[in-house]
Design a protein around this ligand. Structure first.
Ligand SMILES: NC(=O)c1ccc[n+]([C@@H]2O[C@H](COP(=O)([O-])OP(=O)(O)OC[C@H]3O[C@@H](n4cnc5c(N)ncnc54)[C@H](OP(=O)(O)O)[C@@H]3O)[C@@H](O)[C@H]2O)c1
Length: 336
């Protein structure tokens, strides 16, 4: 069978299609015929050797994929042959608080990922996907969607009438926009592109701010909220945007610290205490959260925003497209 591997060295140019032996499921495991995958910013970091420079190569990347159950070995009760399932980002974080074991079981990072035609996973590490979704749409859920869900719903407890600030229009951010709207919140989005800001308004954002044209976007956010600031910030920029997020959030508001897209910066901690801001670190989510999110997605027939679907053999082009930041929502891969 074909697989994608980071071969002998780091770099997008070293992510190649290779041949690997066919897989067989052991007790309690399922064999999946993979259908589609989605890319996350982390996959770029892994490919470039920036996520874990000590990663042993060759390494099969990608945390997010959807497949059909081809075979269910003895002891499997949670899924049936023929069912479409997604792998859980953390194979061993089922419920409750994050655990060490969970963190060490993250696909495409701590352990090998799903970028292969055949994959074997423990039955506990997969979830059924909403029936209305295509394979590519469903492949967007395990990391980006679940991270946004955990930030805003599980830990964030946002409610109708809240105002949420979302940075950029990448995978996590567009899911955050969709979930915030689902729950009746007002959404303000920042982006480097006016075309993308037009698109977020069609998805229900009330306001867009171009962070290139308005570098002091936090002032605009305060103006748009009558001087009060937002209830919740989805912080995908990290240290490079955090001080501005602290100015944009209201007294007693919340910041979900998720990403590192804006690079380094000197963070001023004082406003966190002076404004009683709750800063919550988010690391994707558990299987229980994934299942709760899927129920909401199915009930509301929510459709993930897929930017482009690349063929498996064009993995390098897909990674480069993501690197270019031209995308809106999720970049996917499928066997065409
Ligand atoms: N903690 C976790 O569990 C977790 C899970 C998933 C992702 N992450 C992290 O979250 C971040 C987003 O991941 P992703 O996969 O959604 O990335 P992505 O799809 O590659 O997002 C890229 C987009 O982010 C926006 N962006 C970049 N720099 C920005 C800045 N300075 N200010 C505002 N927006 C900016 C840009 O949007 P525009 O083109 O609109 O400007 C860009 O197109 C990454 O750092 C990733 O590592 C963390």
């Amino acid at each position: 069978m074909k697989a994608i591997a980071l071969e002998n060295a780091f770099g997008i140019e070293n992510v190649r299609v290779i041949e690997r032996p066919d897989r067989k499921a052991g007790i309690g495991e399922v064999l999946l015929k993979m259908k589609a995958w989605s890319l996350n910013y982390r996959d770029l970091l892994v490919a470039k050797g920036l996520y874990n420079p000590k990663l042993k190569l060759p390494f099969v990347p990608l945390s997010d994929g959807v497949g059909e159950v081809l075979a269910a070995a003895d002891g499997v009760t949670r899924v049936k042959v023929g069912e479409r399932v997604a792998g859980c980002f953390m194979q061993r974080w089922m419920t409750g608080e994050p655990t060490e074991a969970g963190a060490k079981s993250a696909l495409g990072g701590a352990i090998e990922g799903l970028a292969a035609e055949q994959v074997v996973l423990h039955e506990d590490g997969v979830v059924g996907i909403p029936a209305h979704l295509s394979d590519a749409e469903a492949a967007t859920l395990p990391c980006a969607a679940l991270t946004a869900w955990n930030a805003l719903v599980t830990q964030g407890h946002i409610k109708a009438g809240d105002t949420v600030l979302i940075q950029g229009t990448g995978g996590v951010s567009i899911f955050a926009l969709q979930f915030a709207r689902l729950l009746g919140a007002r959404v303000i989005v920042t982006s480097s592109s006016n075309t993308k800001l037009d698109r977020v308004k069609k998805l229900g954002a009330s306001d867009g701010i171009n962070y290139k044209e308005t570098p002091n976007w936090e002032e605009k956010v305060r103006e748009l909220t009558g001087g009060a600031g937002v209830d919740h910030v989805v912080e995908v920029g990290g240290a490079g945007t955090f001080n501005q997020s602290l100015k944009a959030v209201r007294l007693g508001g919340r910041i979900s610290l998720i990403g590192v897209l804006a690079g380094k910066g000197d963070v001023n901690l004082t406003p966190i205490l002076m404004k009683s801001v709750c800063v919550q670190g988010i690391f994707v989510g558990s299987r229980e959260m994934f299942e709760a999110m899927n129920r909401a997605i199915a009930l509301h027939e929510l459709r993930p925003v897929v930017d482009r679907v690349f063929d498996l053999k064009d993995i390098q082009a897909a990674l480069k497209h993501m690197e270019s930041r031209a995308h809106f929502g999720k970049v996917c891969i499928a066997i065409k």
